[in-house]
Design a protein around this ligand. Structure first.
Ligand code: FAD
Ligand code: EPU
Length: 336
């Protein structure tokens, strides 16, 4: 049912007070098609768990909240399994369900907020794994024609925090369900150093996928703010990718600058390190918003900040990092 002037504070993990002129939930493609047909003239925004968005104004259109649930095994062999989940399923609940069934591949992505349907949008990633590593297909509804289209892994054009849905076909599709290829014979990935350290602390020598998940959960809880307690949307910026030759110049002044290989002659820098070195970590403004004290990549709302205050803070940080390091930070969070 269509609601009017709906408050969105509880629908975004930043906890920003904004409203939508119109708001409706759908739990099937049939319901979605009816809503699209009856509301052709409204600007649309598709909402999942609201954990990667910043509202800077009221939304003068229709917010459609995807609540398509469901989890099924599509196909199984001795070594692997293809599972399909509804876009409205909570991501971490999906991971826990896979772990319960002893299906591997998503354990490193434990505790990422949001829903399954948004996971391909920015190719969610953490602790050495990205969704593209397990993604098989998705089915999405084309808004203009109402037709369902299946996208393969290749067609999604995944990159670091990127996909075709943020670029070429932005705003054209509503993701309804996603298929994942998971393992029954597991490959444990502890390439991200912090996982090994956490497992060592727990004296675990031969970790199971559940052990890896628990280690990731412990690491995440130790540095990232819980949106139920402090408003945030995870990393506000992407880690910048720079040419190798720029790194060499930076290293002359900052020999300990953290960096990671990112393909041919390219290097990924840690934006959190740049922001911390620039002096922003832990800063608070008007007692209501600022930069998280344990993770400088995360901007936080302590209660009553406006979206514009947080956006302005991000502009100041971008400017300062550019001045001090000559590196451009790009926002990861979707600004509305
Ligand atoms: P929303 O915020 O609701 O939407 C995000 C974007 O996707 C919007 O543009 C929206 O229109 C679009 N969208 C959502 N659902 C659909 C759909 N079904 N069809 C079409 N478009 C859709 N991200 C990582 O990659 N790695 C991390 O480690 C990580 N850690 C985080 C930690 C915290 C504490 C928080 C708050 C966030 C973190 N994030 C991380 C970001 C966030 O969890 C992911 O981007 C997540 O996938 C967003 O899901 P959502 O359902 O909340 O999407
Ligand atoms: N660092 C600092 N200061 C900080 C934060 C980080 O110096 O305040 C340094 C760390 O010491 C380390 C490096 O930066 O050397 C990397 O830090 P960390 O391992 O915490 O990861 P990150 O690069 O800050 C990225 C993702 C996270 C993801 C983690 C784990 C991006 C933009 N962020 O953060 O994703 O959970 O790695 O894989 O790629 C998100 O996208 O919302 C998100 C939280």
């Amino acid at each position: 049912m269509l609601q009017r002037n709906t408050l969105l504070k509880r629908h975004n993990t930043f906890g920003i007070n904004a409203s939508a002129s119109f708001f409706a939930c759908f739990s099937s493609e049939e319901e979605l098609l009816v809503l699209l047909k009856e509301n052709k003239n409204h600007e649309l925004f598709i909402l999942g768990g609201g954990s990667n968005i910043l509202f800077t104004k009221n939304f003068e259109g229709l917010v459609l909240k995807n609540e398509i649930e469901g989890f099924k095994i599509v196909h199984e062999s001795e070594k692997s399994v293809l599972v399909e989940a509804g876009a409205g399923m909570n991501w971490h609940q999906f991971v826990l369900k896979c772990l319960d069934l002893n299906f591997g591949g998503v354990e490193n992505l434990s505790l990422i907020p949001g829903n399954v349907g948004a996971s391909p949008m920015q190719n969610i990633g953490a602790y050495g794994v990205e969704i593209k590593d397990v993604f098989e297909y998705l089915e999405a509804l084309h808004i203009e024609t109402g037709k369902l289209k299946r996208f393969t892994n290749e067609e999604c054009a995944f990159g670091y925090r990127e996909s075709i849905f943020k670029n070429k076909v932005k705003g054209e599709y509503i993701i309804c369900r996603v298929g994942f290829r998971l393992t029954k014979e597991h490959v444990i990935n502890t390439s991200y150093g912090a996982i090994n350290k956490e497992l060592e602390n727990q004296s675990i020598l031969n970790p199971t996928i559940k052990d890896v998940s628990n280690a990731v959960i412990a690491i995440r809880k130790s540095k990232l703010p819980d949106p139920n307690e402090i408003g945030n949307a995870g990393s506000f910026f992407k880690n910048p990718i720079i040419p190798l030759k720029t790194l060499k110049i930076l290293q002359e002044k900052y020999p300990s600058i953290p960096h990671y290989p990112a393909g041919d002659q390219s290097i990924k820098l840690a934006a959190g390190w740049l922001i911390e070195q620039a002096g922003w970590k832990g800063k608070t403004f008007n007692g209501s918003y600022g930069v998280h004290k344990k993770q400088a990549l995360v901007l936080v709302n302590y209660g009553n900040a406006s979206g514009n205050e947080i956006l302005n803070l991000s502009n100041l940080i971008i400017e300062d990092v550019r001045e001090k390091f000559g590196v451009h930070l790009e926002r990861e969070v979707n600004i509305l």
